[in-house]
Design a protein around this ligand. Structure first.
Ligand code: CA
Ligand code: CA
Ligand code: CA
Ligand code: CA
Length: 415
């Protein structure tokens, strides 16, 4: 068994590059090829699958002077031999082509298998072949003793790179699964075609945006994100913050890639006030009077949403019922939420009818058979009961003092 070896040249590696610019239906594309050529072939033997990293080839913005948006095609070309003996001193015996395997590792972490172990058959030592890997090729690589030509990968898919960035290092990984009879890599190239113009709008990272819910208002909330094929995404919205309209407000987010392409996404902002106003006073003081209350001073309440609170009561004014009348105040926030607070209106008449200052003397010669009752008034109105202590007829000569007594409807007396 021969030992695994990766022979490195002591000369500089050679890199070459070429450009092709073409335009299809106004959609400009640019193709750039980067090549690694080994001064003397790299020996790969017995290390397994995809086990030897060839020196990478790199693409940068400097390679795409007309701009590079996204990869639209990637092809890989490998020039190699599989031989009995050694790469520098090929033999003429069996070379076991089924040991050969290839993979390309792109700059974005994706790798694509080009030829799995067992791709080739046969054992005849071959002279150098150039294998072009193109996803669009008619035939799949392998099944025969290696020959030059253009083939489709037999396991991976080079279209995996389409839509990605070309920038960074691409690395061919070659493998040989059996000791002896080395795989000899002469060189390889990676050909990348990119679109030079951006025709694709950003794609939202979240398919559906979650509703934003609150009771009273929504201020600026976290902006959603989107990913673009090559531009830098700017995110804006059409909302005026804070949003205070109850119910559903639809906010439109716009994703702009800076290259003239935009996409939009909707998000609902749902405001639902479920909290009733809170009375400003923990309890309302009693309203007291003797006879009646014609007007009530409205108390106040504060709502969580800060809007105007409508205050009403269930009283019928004027209130004239003696004793306690319970008035219920209602605070309404206008969003369907109400709270109530009670207030006592206490009427207590403690004043007797008004005494008439001076009653005229009743004068007669012999007797008085009837007295005309005075007509006093009461602070609360109503019928005043008028009585006197006289015994009629009064026949006693001289002065008889008659005492009149007035009692109002609430039982208050005066004399
Ligand atoms: Ca081998
Ligand atoms: Ca874009
Ligand atoms: Ca409220
Ligand atoms: Ca009274």
């Amino acid at each position: 068994m021969k030992q695994l070896s990766l022979k490195k040249s002591n000369k500089s590696f050679f890199f070459t590059m070429c450009f092709i610019l073409f335009s299809t239906f106004g959609f400009s594309q640019l193709t750039v090829t980067k090549t690694y050529a080994s001064p003397s072939s790299v020996t790969v033997d017995g290390c397994g699958s995809y086990c030897t990293n060839l020196p990478g080839v790199s693409f940068s913005t400097a390679d795409f002077t007309l701009g590079a948006c996204e990869v639209t095609d990637v092809n890989v070309s490998i020039t190699w031999a599989k031989t009995d003996g050694t790469c520098t001193a090929p033999g003429t015996g069996s070379s076991f082509h089924n040991e050969t395997n290839f993979r390309i590792d792109g700059p974005t972490g994706n790798n694509v298998i080009l030829a799995i172990p067992g791709t080739y058959t046969g054992s005849a030592t071959i002279s150098t072949v150039t294998t072009n890997l193109d996803q669009a090729a008619a035939s799949v690589i392998g099944g025969v003793t290696p020959v030059s030509g253009t083939f489709r990968p037999n396991n991976g898919n080079l279209n995996t790179y389409n839509g990605t960035s070309p920038f960074g290092t691409w690395t061919l990984r070659a493998g040989d699964t059996g000791g002896g009879d080395p795989l000899c890599i002469v060189g390889y190239s990676v050909t990348v075609t990119v679109s030079t113009t951006d025709a694709t709008a950003p794609v939202p990272d979240t398919p559906t945006l979650a509703d934003v819910t609150a009771e009273c208002s929504a201020t600026i909330f976290a902006a959603p994100t989107a990913t673009d094929n090559c531009g830098v995404v700017t995110v804006t919205n059409d909302a005026t913050f804070p949003i205070t309209s109850q119910g559903t407000t639809v906010v439109t987010w716009t994703y702009d890639d800076g290259n003239g392409n935009t996409s939009t996404q909707l998000q609902n902002v749902i405001l639902t006030d479920v909290t009733a106003p809170v009375a400003d006073m923990a309890s309302l003081v009693d309203v007291t009077a003797e006879c009646s209350v014609a007007a009530l001073t409205a108390p106040t309440a504060t709502d969580n949403c800060g809007g105007g609170v409508t205050v009403t009561n269930d009283a019928t004014l004027p209130i004239t019922t003696q004793g306690t009348t319970v008035v219920t105040w209602t605070y309404d926030d206008g969003n369907g939420n109400t709270s109530t607070q009670v207030q006592n209106v206490i009427l207590a008449d403690v004043t007797g009818p008004t005494i008439i200052a001076t009653l005229a003397d009743v004068i007669a010669e012999c007797s008085v058979i009837a007295l005309t009752a005075p007509a006093p008034t009461d602070n609360c109105g109503g019928v005043v009961t008028v009585t006197n202590d006289a015994t009629l007829p009064i026949t006693t000569q001289g002065t008889t003092v008659v005492t009149w007594t007035y009692i109002d409807v609430n039982g208050n007396g005066s004399e």
